[in-house]
Design a protein around this ligand. Structure first.
Ligand code: CP
Ligand code: NVA
Length: 312
């Protein structure tokens, strides 16, 4: 693709990105191009957000998301301000939103409830980006599909298998893969299935692109013929008290050498991180040459730059 000048970048139709589907299909494709261009020529975009300020609100801990948003904003010439802790505890969310939008050009929020990020978006005149909720992790899925395109080129017809919790990361990944024409298999233990409403949306996307969506409780069936095997922690942030019960339920879903060997011989391993070694993944798999977890982490920076450029 030819170099884009910052003012040629397509602006997203939706005012906010509270879930993956706020990006239209062609916007998602364009974002991958912009991310590649920004990754190739970061200096070209060094002033793209000059004079802009962005608020980072984090109700939950973060290494990758917070650092990469802060760095993305800084490297694009903008400024960020951050606040940690519950967002709507001292005053109604609608007041938080209507304060912030007088000061900043965008709000990035990591929240427990999806309704929190939606309420912020509803009341803020500045765009709101979901930096992970209990239901979605759209910024992660952008980096994941971008990394997949770096590894495989055309991803249509490839297969991603997600083994583990049918939670935020799995939801965003399945919505993104199916609409990119990537076959998607999800293996979850009983009681930890994905949201039926989100599965239905992924199924609709799969019908359009011809992707195959498989949902099973059998990890071996899921990884069969997979080009990428993905897992996430068994107990997400906020689920710490369930960790013991979850360990028992998820034990057969560990991505270890035996399970990874059932995927394609050149399959890669993905994890959003942070990882709990010896739980959802063994050291041998996450440290193997086929593990791409740090490429995914690096690409959070580039894809979030692209997202900011297209939103602002
Ligand atoms: N993958 C991810 O979102 O990591 P953090 O929780 O460290 O932001
Ligand atoms: N599912 C995990 C993802 C962390 C990036 C969580 O919500 O804690």
């Amino acid at each position: 693709m030819n170099a884009l000048s910052p003012d040629q970048i397509l602006r997203l139709a939706a005012p906010d990105v509270t879930c993956d589907l706020d990006l239209l299909d062609d916007e998602l494709l364009k974002l991958l191009d912009v991310a590649a261009e920004v990754k190739r020529s970061p200096k070209r975009y060094a002033q793209a957000l000059s004079g802009r300020s962005i608020a980072l609100l984090f109700e939950k801990p973060s290494l990758r998301t917070k650092m990469t948003f802060e760095l993305a904003i800084k490297q694009l010439g903008g400024n960020s301000v951050a606040a940690d802790g519950p967002i709507g505890a001292r005053e109604p969310l609608r007041d938080v939103a209507r304060n912030l939008d007088r000061w900043v050009n965008a709000i990035v929020a990591r929240v427990f409830l999806q309704s929190t990020v939606e309420e912020l978006a509803r009341w803020s005149n500045a765009p709101v980006i979901n930096a992970l909720s209990d239901l979605y992790h759209p910024c992660q899925a952008l980096a994941d599909i971008f990394t997949l395109t770096e590894v495989f080129g055309n991803v249509r017809g490839r297969k991603v298998a997600f083994v583990g919790d049918g939670n935020n990361v799995a939801h965003s990944l399945m919505l993104t893969c199916t609409r990119m024409g990537v076959n998607f298999a999800l293996a979850t233990p009983q009681g930890y299935a994905a949201s039926p409403a989100i599965l239905a949306r992924a199924q609709s996307a799969a019908l359009v692109t011809g992707a195959r969506l498989e949902v099973t409780d059998d990890p071996v069936a899921a990884v069969a013929n997979a080009d990428a095997v993905y897992t996430d922690v068994w107990a997400s942030m906020g689920q710490e008290t369930e960790a013991e019960a979850r360990r028992a339920a998820f034990a057969p879903y560990q991505v270890n050498e035996a399970l990874f060997a059932k995927a394609r011989p050149d399959a890669i391993f993905f994890h959003c991180l942070p990882a709990k070694r010896s739980q959802e993944v063994t050291d041998a798999v996450i440290e193997s040459p086929r593990s791409r977890v740090f490429d995914q982490a690096e690409n959070r920076l580039h894809t979030q730059k692209a997202l900011l450029l297209m939103l602002l």
